[in-house]
Design a protein around this ligand. Structure first.
Ligand code: SAM
Length: 169
């Protein structure tokens, strides 16, 4: 789906996001962190970071990427980059981790985002991913394999499917 649709709707919704979604997102993030173990060294990216809930709960100090400037400014914080998560302004192999919590929406089998995350991750780099249960799970699992991830499902994340993966290398 065209990322500008999300940009417009999240720009409008940013001020109310935490009030509406923090309670729903928090257990997903804690579940992913439990399954992931310690933070990998080096650059960590939270793609579709929204209002920064993952950083607040994890203390991982991720660079936060989002298309919505308003989400990145609510609250105002450092280390934010406005960009499309499928076209990241980072070099090949630059990152030790990519985190995506409910930022892949309307999952299509050939999603370019996964290939982009594999590109920026170093071999062995960590992928933490959660997607809504209404997304196409078989297509997602197949695409993870095709794009070079070794991924396993996490314990149930409530409304989301969760994955911990590593970039094969
Ligand atoms: C449901 S919110 C999740 C926010 C955050 N990860 C959390 O757990 O609270 C989805 C976020 O992904 C962002 N987003 C959606 N599509 C994007 C894209 N193509 N590139 C970058 N950010 C995107 C939206 O602007 C929004 O902030």
């Amino acid at each position: 789906m065209d990322y500008r649709i999300f940009q417009r709707s999240y720009d409008t919704f940013a001020k109310r996001y935490d009030e509406v979604f923090e309670a729903q997102q928090t257990p997903k993030i804690l579940g992913l962190l439990d399954a992931a173990g310690p933070a990998p060294a080096g650059l960590r990216l939270d793609v579709g970071a929204g209002t920064g809930l993952f950083n607040r709960l994890s203390g991982w100090g991720c660079v936060e990427v989002d298309v919505s400037r308003a989400m990145l400014r609510t609250p105002v914080r450092a280390r934010c980059v406005q960009a499309d998560l499928a076209r990241l302004p980072f070099a090949d192999g630059a990152a030790g981790a990519v985190v995506s919590v409910t930022s892949l929406i309307d999952f299509e089998p050939d999603v370019p985002a996964l290939a982009e995350w594999a590109r920026v991750l170093r071999p062995g780099g960590l992928l933490l991913l959660s997607v809504l249960k209404r997304e196409n799970l078989p297509a997602l699992e197949a695409a993870l394999g095709r794009t070079g991830f070794e991924a396993r499902a996490t314990p149930d994340l409530g409304p989301d499917w969760g994955f911990v993966g590593h970039r094969a290398g």
